[in-house]
Design a protein around this ligand. Structure first.
Ligand SMILES: Nc1ncnc2c1ncn2[C@@H]1O[C@H](COP(=O)(O)OP(=O)(O)O)[C@@H](O)[C@H]1O
Ligand code: SF4
Ligand SMILES: [Mg+2]
Length: 316
């Protein structure tokens, strides 16, 4: 069952009255129950904007989001089905409220259960995310970043959503704590069957978490499909470049990568044709005039004119 779907979703911002910044420009995907779709790409490629659109925090300028198979345009109540966990565990929890109050609040706002039932549900959730019962009466500043992120996850789960959108949920945490929080998210997924829209710039985290991967460049999908296809046999030069930043043990996979070069172009004035042409070692004349369509090549979708050639060529 599709719990979250994006159909050609677009978000353009007007900048200074004259320019249009295409933060998200034609993204489609389907997220099935109990699965994780990772959205990956460099900072500024539109990941957080896509997350906000999917969590119905702002409307798309074009295209449509569906939750549980229903179009969300006229039905904001579907928002309850997609809860959000943010990157910054220090800013996302109200410092003046106890952890217990933070967890009870979504139930109160949505008239779920009696007061004792809400408190009992919040206490059960604390236990589920691995926090001690005493946490209930304590304030966010008394906890570490990893513990606060456990609270943020607990809060997101209080209304039993079908999807949790997590925007770089471990990027602000120490590496030693990251794995604990990621493993907690995976355990909760196994236990509750929730789906994750998992936003990350870190390929090794994505590899650990997701079955499906969407690689974004300048607001557009570059490559998307099953993790085993996209990350183990990448066809888009940009995916190969992203992969070069992760250590591999397997030399066959290392050959599938290429060095990072150049920088992300200005999102207000991206290069014509394929936006990656300023950094791409395969770029040809065609790439500067014709934007590559997203199309099916070797069991995944890829937006590159030369994907077939790159697939057969010795990796550089
Ligand atoms: N509310 C906004 N108004 C104008 N520009 C925005 C807004 N939100 C994001 N952007 C721009 O959209 C682009 C994508 O941003 P973002 O979605 O935050 O990317 P990421 O999360 O991948 O780093 C960036 O160039 C950013 O400056
Ligand atoms: S379309 Fe051209 S510039 Fe774009 S990724 Fe493919 S080869 Fe590189
Ligand atoms: Mg972001």
């Amino acid at each position: 069952m599709s719990v979250l779907a994006a159909d050609n979703v677009t978000r353009h911002y007007k900048i200074g009255g004259r320019h249009v910044l295409k933060a998200v420009d034609g993204v489609s995907f389907e997220l099935l129950a109990g699965r994780t779709l990772a959205v990956v790409g460099e900072s500024g490629c539109g990941k957080s904007t896509l997350a906000r659109l999917c969590a119905l925090m702002e409307p798309p300028t074009a295209g449509a989001i569906s939750i549980a198979g229903k179009p969300t345009a006229a039905n904001q109540s579907l928002q309850l089905q997609n809860q959000m966990v943010f990157q910054n565990p220090y800013g996302s929890l109200n410092p003046r409220r106890t952890i217990g109050a933070i967890l009870v609040e979504p139930l109160t706002i949505n008239n779920r259960g009696s007061k004792p039932e809400r408190i009992a549900a919040a206490r059960r959730m604390l236990d589920r995310v691995g926090l001690r019962p005493e946490a209930f009466d304590r304030y966010p500043h008394m906890f570490s970043g990893g513990q606060r992120q456990r609270v943020a996850i607990a809060r997101a789960l209080m209304l039993s959503p079908a999807v949790v959108t997590a925007d770089e949920p471990v990027s602000a945490l120490d590496v030693s704590v990251q794995a604990q929080v990621l493993n907690l998210m995976r355990d909760l997924q196994d236990e509750l069957g929730i789906a994750y829209l998992f936003i990350s710039h870190d390929i090794s985290v994505v590899r650990h978490m997701a079955q499906d991967v969407l690689v974004m460049y300048c607001g557009r999908p570059a490559e998307q499909g099953l993790r085993g296809e996209v990350l183990d046999r990448p066809l888009h030069p940009y995916t190969r470049m992203l992969l070069s930043s992760t250590p591999f043990v397997d030399p066959a996979r290392r050959r599938m990568t290429m060095p990072v070069r150049g920088e992300l172009p200005s999102p207000i004035d991206p290069p014509p044709g394929c936006a990656f042409n300023t950094r791409c070692p395969y770029a040809a004349d065609r790439c500067t005039v014709e934007r590559p369509a997203l199309r099916s090549v070797e069991s995944r979708l890829v937006a590159c004119h030369f994907a077939e050639k790159i697939a057969t060529e010795a990796p550089i």
